[in-house]
Design a protein around this ligand. Structure first.
Ligand SMILES: *Cc1c(COP(=O)(O)O)cnc(C)c1O
Length: 373
């Protein structure tokens, strides 16, 4: 199989063994064998964030990662209470939009996209709004690659009696997370990012007692309700509606490969890819947008050079034709593109990529080192 190096922020490059794990004999997902595979998977997803299995559980859903944000926000807010979104990027903005679509009372507490949220302002917001019952933020804002101080935000949320949900889609199974020590009540991811599996399966990992407490919260969605899906799993072992069968077989294989590689070794591999990305960018003179010490170690957000010949589409197409995928930015104030350290790739792949990127710059007459005004 042709091996493509995906430097976009997910779906990630996968191993051939994960791709091939999808090819299985046909099976009805209501069979006991399938339910028992999902049971093991739910336990392993909790293990990845070091959750005590008596306190934490995980719930699977069929959908891309955004479904998790939707489900957490619409399912975990009691009647008459308010959501606080700590927002310094595109993914927390998405959470605020979801609150808007459901008509939930919410505060969109905005911070600059290239800085950490200010904990004092968050605390003042709690003091002024005793009805905040749910706080949501993003761990690694994938648009910029900034790492948010979730442990500190979670401590504040808990001090003021709120549940803390964190979008860990672009850190889970890469940057180590300890759900209890990091003060997380619910975190989430989809199979195609840190797990390096296929698209279509997402999961929420969180506090079982809080899910059970949400049983009588307002039901705002039929398909996307956390308690209903949890309850169905607990009583039948099955997903409420048809699961993405083959995708789940691939995720099972990816979990086995995750534990075989090991949490720390995998994180060090991602970090070595990240360092190689920085080294290559520096050599060609590219500047990144976020201060290096604020970056999560997984996404590099690169400023477009000020060169009349720079054309992202052309550079993308040149690299794509040679097996490397680069990705546009997601910041409105500045033109950027992104290079990410997700997936089954190594620092050597990044070395190969920069040879191709440099060829592309020469091909289109873009000055090297690239220039900024
Ligand atoms: C990828 C990602 C998502 C999910 O996006 P989808 O397009 O629904 O897959 C959510 N949050 C973060 C932080 C992400 O990186």
């Amino acid at each position: 199989m042709q091996r493509n190096i995906l430097l976009n922020p997910g779906p990630a490059t996968t191993t051939d063994t994960v791709k091939m794990a999808q090819v299985v004999p046909d099976i009805c997902p209501r069979e006991r064998a399938f339910a028992s595979m999902m049971k093991g998977m739910r336990e392993d997803l909790v293990r990845i964030v070091h959750g005590d299995p008596d306190t934490y559980t995980s719930v699977l859903f069929c959908g891309s990662g955004t479904i998790n944000i939707d489900i957490c926000l619409n399912s975990l807010l009691p009647e008459g209470k308010k959501v606080l979104v700590v927002n310094n990027g595109a993914y927390s903005t998405r959470a605020a939009e979801i609150c808007g679509y459901y008509g939930l009372p919410f505060i969109d507490l905005k911070f600059p996209v290239d800085a950490l949220p200010d904990l004092d302002r968050i605390e003042q917001t709690f003091m002024k709004n005793p009805d905040i019952a749910l706080v949501h933020t993003t761990h690694n804002e994938t648009g910029t690659g900034i790492l948010n101080p979730i442990r500190e935000i979670g401590a504040l949320a808990h001090r003021y009696g709120a549940v803390f949900t964190v979008d860990t889609t672009s850190t889970y199974a890469m940057r180590p997370i300890d759900i209890a020590r990091d003060n997380i009540d619910f975190c989430m991811a989809s199979a195609q990012k840190g797990l390096m599996a296929m698209t279509g399966l997402s999961f929420i990992i969180g506090n079982r007692a809080l899910i059970e407490r949400s049983a009588d919260y307002p039901k705002r969605s039929y398909y996307c309700n956390l308690y209903l899906q949890y309850h169905f799993f607990e009583t039948t072992g099955e997903m409420h509606f048809t699961p993405p069968v083959q995708t789940i077989y691939a995720a099972r294989q990816a979990l086995d490969e995750y534990f075989a590689e090991g949490e720390e070794a995998k994180w060090q591999r991602h970090l070595s890819v990240f360092e190689a990305i920085h080294a290559g960018l520096e050599r060609l003179g590219f500047q990144d947008m976020i201060r290096r010490e604020l970056q999560a170690g997984l996404v590099v957000c690169v400023k477009y050079p000020d060169d009349v010949n720079w054309d992202f589409e052309k550079v993308h197409d040149y690299c794509y034709a040679r097996g490397f995928t680069i990705y546009p930015g997601k910041v409105s104030s500045q033109d950027t593109f992104r290079l990410c350290a997700l997936g089954a790739i190594t620092a050597k792949d990044i070395g190969d990529f920069f040879i191709v990127l440099e060829e592309a710059l020469r091909e289109y007459g873009i000055q090297i080192p690239v220039c900024y005004r």
